[in-house]
Design a protein around this ligand. Structure first.
Ligand code: PMP
Length: 361
C-alpha cells in the first residue's frame, strides 16, 4: 500500500486557503440576492420550449460550435460581421477561459475594486496574480490609480464591469477609453447588466484591438440556462477557443436560448418593468432615515445602513434574502445589495425594511 497523500500534500496552498463561492439556501424565501429576473417567460413561449425539449436528441452531443445559436445571437444583439463570438457556460466560464489562456508565470489579471468576486477567485484558480485597484469613495474609477497600477503590473488582462457589480454604477466611458489606450494587454468590458443600462462599448470594438466585450443572458431572464458570450476580434477569440472545453454549451441551452432570442421583446419588456421598479425602490430607500442609497444602472441597488449585518439577518426573519456586503471590502462597510424583484416582492422588502429600521433606531 502506498502512503496516500492528504489534500494538504497535493492541493495548491492558495486553493486550500480559499472559501468556496457561497450560495445561501433560499427555499421559501423572497429571493432578492442574485440579480435574477423575477419574471417567468410567457406561457405560450414556455409551451413552445416544452415541445422543443421533448424532441431534443439528448442521446447525441450538442453542436460543438453552436452555430445556429451564434447566428441568432449575432442578429439579436447586433454583433458586427467582422467580430467573432465565443460562448461560455455562463460568463463565469469565459472569465476562466481568459484567465487560463493568459496564465504565464508572473502574469497579472487586474480589476477595479470592489468588483465581481469571480475576477479575483478565478485568477487564483488559474494560478495567475491578481491586482485589485480601489475605486474612489463614490465608486467612480480612479483613473490615476489605474494608470499607475498598469505601469507597475503590466497586466495581461483587465476586467471592468460596465455597470459594475456590486456598486451598480457605470464607470466614466472616457476613463475606460484612457485605459484601453494605455494598457498593452486586453481589456474585457463585462456588460453583464447591459439590459438595464443605456450605454455599451459594443460600438468601440472596431476602434480598439485590445477590447473584448462580455455579455450574459443570466440577468435578463435566462439565468438557469447558463449562457455567456465574448465578442471580439478573431485574432484573440481563435486562441481563446482552444481553451474552451468541447460541448460546453448543452443542447437544452442551445435550443431554448435560440428560441427565446427570437422573442427578445419579451425580455426587453421585462427589463423595462425592472427599471421602473428600480426607480421606485431607489426613491423609497432615499426617503428612509439612516439609509444612504447609491444610483444604479443595473437590476440591483446598493445601499448603506447602520448595523448592516443586523438588518440583513432581520430581513431574513421576514423571509427576505438580499446580499450582505459588509466586511467584503473596505469601501463596502455596512453595505447591502438588493436585487429588484416583482412589484409585490419589492413592496414586501420595503415594508419589512421600514419596520426593521423603526425598531432598530
Ligand atoms: N459578471 C458580472 C459583473 C456579474 O455580476 C456576474 C454574476 N453575478 C457575472 C459576470 C456572471 O454571470 P453568469 O456566469 O451568470 O453569466
Amino acid at each position: 500500500m502506498p502512503n496516500f497523500y492528504s489534500p494538504e500534500d497535493i492541493i495548491r496552498p492558495e486553493i486550500l486557503a480559499l472559501s468556496a463561492y457561497h450560495v445561501p439556501p433560499a427555499t421559501g424565501m423572497i429571493k432578492l440576492d442574485a440579480m435574477e429576473n423575477p419574471y417567468p417567460l410567457p406561457s405560450a413561449l414556455r409551451d413552445e420550449i416544452a415541445q422543443l425539449t421533448l424532441n431534443a436528441p439528448v442521446n447525441r452531443y450538442p453542436d460543438a460550435s453552436a452555430a445556429t445559436l451564434k447566428a441568432t445571437l449575432r442578429q439579436a444583439l447586433g454583433i458586427a460581421d467582422d467580430m467573432d463570438i465565443l460562448l461560455g457556460n455562463g460568463s463565469d466560464e469565459i472569465i476562466q477561459i481568459i484567465a487560463m489562456a493568459v496564465a504565464k508565470p508572473g502574469a497579472v489579471l487586474m480589476s477595479a475594486e470592489p468588483a465581481f468576486v469571480m475576477f479575483r477567485m478565478i485568477a487564483t484558480f488559474a494560478n495567475i496574480q491578481y491586482a485589485g485597484v480601489p475605486l474612489r469613495k463614490d465608486f467612480s474609477l480612479d483613473l490615476d490609480a489605474m494608470l499607475a497600477a498598469i505601469a507597475q503590473h503590466r497586466p495581461a488582462v483587465i476586467f471592468l464591469a460596465y455597470p459594475n457589480n456590486p456598486t451598480g454604477n457605470l464607470f466614466d466611458p472616457a476613463a475606460i477609453e484612457s485605459i484601453l489606450q494605455t494598457t498593452s494587454g486586453i481589456v474585457v468590458v463585462d456588460e453583464a447588466y447591459h439590459a438595464f443600462a443605456d450605454a455599451s462599448f459594443i460600438d468601440k470594438l472596431s476602434q480598439y484591438p485590445n477590447l473584448l466585450l462580455m455579455r450574459t443572458l443570466s440577468k435578463s431572464g435566462l439565468a438557469g440556462l447558463r449562457l455567456g458570450l465574448l465578442i471580439g476580434r478573431s485574432e484573440w477569440l481563435k486562441q481563446l477557443e482552444k481553451v474552451r472545453l468541447p460541448y460546453n454549451i448543452g443542447i437544452m441551452t442551445q435550443l431554448i436560448a435560440e428560441k427565446v432570442l427570437h422573442h427578445t421583446t419579451v425580455l426587453s419588456q421585462q427589463a423595462e418593468a425592472i427599471k421602473s421598479e428600480r426607480t421606485k425602490m431607489n426613491t423609497f430607500l432615499g426617503t428612509m432615515r439612516g439609509v444612504e442609497v447609491y444610483p444604479s444602472d443595473a437590476n440591483f441597488i446598493l445601499f448603506r445602513v447602520n448595523a448592516a449585518s443586523q438588518i440583513f439577518q432581520a430581513l431574513k426573519q421576514h423571509n427576505i434574502l438580499i446580499k450582505n456586503l459588509d466586511g467584503s471590502h473596505p469601501l463596502l462597510e455596512n453595505c447591502l445589495r438588493v436585487t429588484v424583484g416583482t412589484p409585490d416582492e419589492n413592496s414586501q422588502f420595503c415594508a419589512a425594511l421600514r419596520t426593521i429600521l423603526s425598531e432598530t433606531v
